[in-house]
Design a binder for this molecule. Structure first.
Ligand code: FMN
Length: 330
């Protein structure tokens, strides 16, 4: 989970208690990636996954659209929008540079979101004994992942918190649930399926396994763990504002992502955005201002549809509880 949530302490605690601890390195610099991997590896010898975004080439839209987008954000009228400006190139980090620390630190797993990485990346990972996983939201994407020689597919259902991993935004989103997608992929794909989306407890894990998944990927379930980097106001909303629905919004980053509805998502819902990830850079100062103000109404509160079942405890205790829940089910 990108955005400072997957701290080395969280990743290591998951890996030390029977899971695979995952870093979301989406926008991170190579230096930060190196530092986080080294820090986690000093705390665990368990399996670590390093996750990256596969960005697509992107251009700024017309000046008229840029002005429209800035105007919409300024109309929010909060201090956090005062210093917003149209981002300049490069619009996203260079994946090859981001991966350099991977080749030396060699985490057990490398995973990708939003598409296929270059073939040579998968080949290099395999040569170094690193397993590769890629997320899919449809059977067509899963078959492309299999053809690219990845080792596993993350079946990301519509319930999932964070960004939809769709490859091509021009293709209609099938919006399949986690269990529907898992069953479909298990039937048609030969490589292992990892189910993701709305999985919060042992029963959910078992439901995914029953549909043919080999493992479950859980994001939201870890957001309120002690070791998680979730901001205090975000955590407060997850635990105490549970009447809020989640919503899929493009307003923070320019691509659809699921999080708690707040003033920002509601006010911006019909507004034009810059393309991903330029919109993400554009809204960065507003989100940072909101964190500093302890104001969750203007932060991206990424969470899956089942967030009300989130537990506030140590990662060790959550992993133990999940194990116990699975045993009870058997
Ligand atoms: C806060 C947050 C950040 C996320 N960041 C990423 C990311 O950087 N890369 C990625 O592949 N998936 C990311 N996801 C999606 C997760 O990998 C996973 O699909 C999702 O958490 C599963 O659904 P759940 O949140 O209901 O457990 C994120 C999810 C959340 C909640």
């Amino acid at each position: 989970m990108a955005g400072g949530i997957t701290t080395p302490q969280l990743v290591a605690a998951v890996a030390n208690h029977g899971g695979v601890g995952s870093f979301g390195f989406a926008y991170s610099t190579p230096e930060k990636i190196h530092a986080d991997l080294v820090a986690a590896q000093s705390l665990t010898s368990g399996p670590i996954n390093a996750n990256f975004f596969v960005f697509s080439p992107v251009r700024l839209p017309s000046e008229q659209t840029q002005t429209e987008v800035i105007r919409a954000l300024r109309s929010l009228g909060v201090d956090g929008v005062r210093s917003l400006s149209i981002p300049a190139e490069p619009f996203y980090p260079d994946l090859m540079k981001q991966l350099e620390p991977i080749w030396s630190a060699r985490p057990a797993i490398l995973s990708f979101h939003f598409g296929l990485p270059p073939d040579e990346v998968i080949a290099k990972a395999h040569a170094l004994g690193i397993i590769v996983g890629i997320s899919a939201t449809s059977l067509a994407e899963a078959l492309a992942i299999e053809s690219a020689h990845a080792n596993f597919i993350v079946a990301q259902g519509i319930e999932a918190g964070g960004h939809r991993g769709q490859f091509d935004l021009q293709v209609k989103d099938e919006t399949l649930s986690t269990l529907e997608l898992t069953a479909q992929l298990a039937k048609h794909c030969r490589i292992p399926i990892v189910a993701a989306g709305g999985i919060m407890n042992g029963a959910h894990i078992q439901n995914a396994l029953a549909k043919g998944a080999q493992a479950a990927q859980m994001g939201t379930a870890f957001l309120c763990c002690d070791e998680s980097g979730t901001t205090p106001s975000y955590r407060h909303y997850l635990l105490h504002k549970q009447d809020r629905p989640t919503t899929l919004t493009k307003a923070f980053s320019g691509r659809l992502a699921r999080g708690l509805e707040n003033t920002f998502t509601l006010t911006m819902q019909d507004q034009t955005t810059l393309p991903f990830p330029i919109q993400n850079t554009l809204t960065g100062p507003l989100r940072h201002w909101a964190v500093a103000q302890n104001n969750a109404e203007y932060q991206s509160l990424w969470a899956g549809t089942a967030y009300a079942q989130v537990r506030s405890m140590t990662t060790k205790d959550l992993m133990q509880q999940l194990r116990n829940e699975i045993k009870v089910q058997r």
